[in-house]
Design a protein around this ligand. Structure first.
Ligand code: NAP
Length: 479
C-alpha cells in the first residue's frame, strides 16, 4: 500500500531526502518546488518503506490504510501530480555542503527573529564547523508565525515547532529573548558584536483595505484576529464582537479560510489545542452562524490552496456552500480545485454553521452608522451592486512587512530591498554584513518549508561574502 502526503505538509523537503527511490516530488532543486501547494508521493513507485514518515516533522505522511475518511482525497491528489511523467534521478539531488574559507576565527552571525526563516538560516549556518549563531527575538517566546500564525486546530502543522526547538538546542546557538533591535540594541551594535546579521523578521502587519467605513467598529484585520486566538502579546487585548450572526471575510487566501474555520468550528474541538483561553471562552459563547468569504475575482483565481479546501470541506458539522452561478462555466476539466468547488452544495444543510464562498465581488463600502452592519460589493463582471449583512468584517487581503530600523525599506512591497538576500542600499550597493531571509526578503508568500530554501540561499550569499573577505571575519584575521 503506498503512502500519501496530507494537508499538514509544510514542504520543508525532509521526506524527499529520506526516500530511497525519489518518489516524492517536487524536490527542492526543482523550479516547481517554490510554487507547489504541497509535496506528492508517486503511488506507482513508492516502496512503502515508511522512511518519509519518520523524516516528516509534522506527521503529514500516512500509509494508505491509516488515512482518515476526510484524508482519502489526498491519495488521488498525490497520484494526480505524478500522472505527468517526469525524468528524475534515482535519488533526489542533495544540496552541496557550504565551502567556507578558514580565516582562523569562527564565523559569528546574529539572526533577528525566531520563526522558520530565522531557524532554518541558523540550522544552515551551524553546519559550518565552529560557527556561532545568536538569535535575537523581540518577544519573550520564540517561533514567530509557527506559534502566532498557524491556526490552533492545525495541530499537526504546529508540530513543526519541535523541529525549530531542536535547532534552538544546538550548543553553538544562543537565544536572546525579549530583545528588540532598534530599541534595546541597534543594527550597529549587532555588527560590532557579530560578523554579519540576518534579519528574518517576517511580515508582521496586514495590508489595509482602504474603502469608506473601514474605520468603523466591527471591522478588523485577520492579522489581529489570528494574533488574538493565538495569544500574541500585541493582539491579546483585542476584543471581537462575536454576538453577530453574520461575518464577512474579505480576501480568499489560506488566512481567510483559517479565520472563517475558527469562527465556525465546534469550540469543544479546540479544548486541547494551544488556543488562547480568552479566545476559546469567546468562541464558546459566539452567536456566529454564517461566514461569507469574499473573492474579488472568479473561483479559478481562489487564493486558498487545494489541500486547505479539502480540509475545510471535510470539517465535521460545517456546511461549505457556493452558488454554482458564481463558478466559471468553461474552466479546464483537470482543475481539481474547481472540481471540488463544483461538488459543493449551494445551500447549507439543516444543522451546523456555514461558510459561504462568494466570487467576483469587489468590496466598495462598509455599511453602518456607528458600527459595521454590512458590506456593499460591486460585481466585477457587470459592475452591478449588491449588499450583504455582516456585523463583523475581517480583512484578509495579505500580510505586509514593517520597516526595519537602520535598513532601507520598499514601501510598495513591504520588504527590505535585497539582492538574493544581501540588503541593498538606495544606490543598489550591498550593505556590508547585512542580509534578509523569509517574508521580509521576498514578501508574504509560500509555506513554512519555502523559508528553508530561502534561508539557505541567503546563507550561501553570506558565506560567499565571508570567503571573498567582505565580512569583518577577514579584517579580524589580519589585525
Ligand atoms: P494571499 O494568499 O495572498 O491572499 C490574499 C487575498 O486577498 C487574495 O484573495 C486577494 O485577491 C485578496 N485581496 C488583495 N487585495 C484585495 C482588495 N483590495 N480587495 C479585495 N480582496 C483583495 O494571502 P494570505 O491569505 O494572507 O496568505 C499569505 C501566505 O501565507 C500564503 O502563501 C498562504 O498560503 C500562507 N498561509 C498558509 C496557510 C496554510 O497552509 N494553512 C495558512 C495561512 C497562510 P486577488 O487574488 O484578487 O489579489
Amino acid at each position: 500500500m503506498p503512502h500519501a502526503v496530507t494537508q499538514s505538509c509544510v514542504g520543508d523537503g525532509s521526506c524527499v531526502y529520506a526516500c530511497p527511490v525519489n518518489c516524492i516530488q517536487p524536490t527542492p532543486d526543482d523550479p516547481a518546488f517554490d510554487l507547489a501547494e504541497m509535496l506528492f508521493i508517486d503511488p506507482a513507485t513508492c516502496v512503502d518503506c515508511g522512511a518519509c514518515v519518520s523524516a516528516c516533522p509534522v506527521d503529514a505522511i500516512k500509509p494508505h490504510h491509516e488515512l482518515e475518511a476526510g484524508e482519502k482525497a489526498f491519495l488521488q491528489l498525490n497520484a494526480a501530480y505524478h500522472q505527468v511523467p517526469r525524468n528524475r534521478p534515482t535519488l533526489a539531488p542533495v544540496r552541496p555542503r557550504l565551502r567556507v574559507r578558514d580565516f582562523g576565527i569562527p564565523l559569528d552571525v546574529a539572526i533577528v527573529g525566531s520563526g522558520p526563516a530565522a531557524m532554518y538560516a541558523a540550522e544552515e549556518l551551524l553546519t559550518i564547523p565552529g560557527a556561532r549563531v545568536t538569535v535575537y527575538e523581540r518577544l519573550e517566546r520564540p517561533n514567530g508565525l509557527v506559534r502566532s500564525g498557524v491556526a490552533p486546530d492545525h495541530r499537526r502543522t504546529r508540530r513543526v515547532s519541535g523541529q525549530l526547538e531542536r535547532i534552538r538546542r544546538h550548543p553553538r546557538l544562543a537565544m536572546r529573548l525579549g530583545v528588540e533591535i532598534g530599541a534595546d540594541l541597534t543594527h550597529d551594535d549587532l555588527l560590532v558584536q557579530h560578523h554579519a546579521v540576518i534579519y528574518a523578521v517576517g511580515a508582521s502587519t496586514d495590508r489595509r483595505l482602504e474603502i469608506p467605513g473601514a474605520e468603523l467598529p466591527g471591522v478588523a484585520s485577520a492579522t489581529s484576529f489570528v494574533g488574538w486566538y493565538n495569544g500574541h502579546p500585541d493582539h491579546a487585548g483585542h476584543a471581537f464582537d462575536l454576538s453577530q450572526r453574520r461575518v464577512a471575510v474579505i480576501g480568499n487566501g489560506n488566512v481567510a479560510l483559517d479565520v472563517a474555520r475558527m469562527l465556525t468550528v465546534d469550540p469543544e474541538t479546540l479544548v486541547d489545542s494551544e488556543i488562547a483561553p480568552p479566545a476559546l471562552a469567546a468562541l464558546r459563547s459566539s452567536a456566529v452562524e454564517e461566514v461569507s468569504i469574499i473573492g474579488r475575482r472568479g473561483a479559478e483565481f481562489s487564493s486558498f490552496t487545494l489541500p486547505e479546501l479539502i480540509g475545510l470541506t471535510t470539517t465535521s458539522n460545517l456546511n461549505v456552500v457556493v452558488d454554482p452561478a458564481e463558478l466559471p462555466m468553461d474552466a479546464a476539466a483537470d482543475d481539481a480545485k474547481l472540481a471540488l468547488l463544483r461538488s459543493l452544495p449551494s445551500e447549507p444543510g439543516p444543522t451546523g454553521r456555514t461558510i459561504r464562498l462568494r466570487y467576483g465581488l469587489a468590496p466598495q463600502r462598509i455599511l453602518g452608522a456607528d458600527r459595521a452592519e454590512g458590506l456593499e460589493l460591486a460585481a466585477t463582471d457587470d459592475g452591478g451592486s449588491t449588499t450583504i449583512e455582516a456585523g463583523l468584517v475581517l480583512t484578509a487581503i495579505g500580510y505586509r512587512g514593517l520597516p526595519v530600523p537602520a535598513l532601507p525599506y520598499d514601501a510598495s512591497r513591504g520588504t527590505v530591498p535585497n539582492d538574493a538576500g544581501r540588503v541593498t542600499g538606495d544606490d543598489g550597493a550591498p550593505m556590508p554584513g547585512t542580509y534578509v531571509a523569509g517574508w521580509i526578503k521576498r514578501g508574504p508568500t509560500g509555506f513554512i518549508g519555502t523559508n528553508k530554501r530561502c534561508a539557505q540561499d541567503t546563507v550561501a550569499e553570506l558565506v560567499e561574502d565571508h570567503n571573498a573577505g567582505r565580512l569583518s571575519t577577514a579584517r579580524a584575521a589580519v589585525t
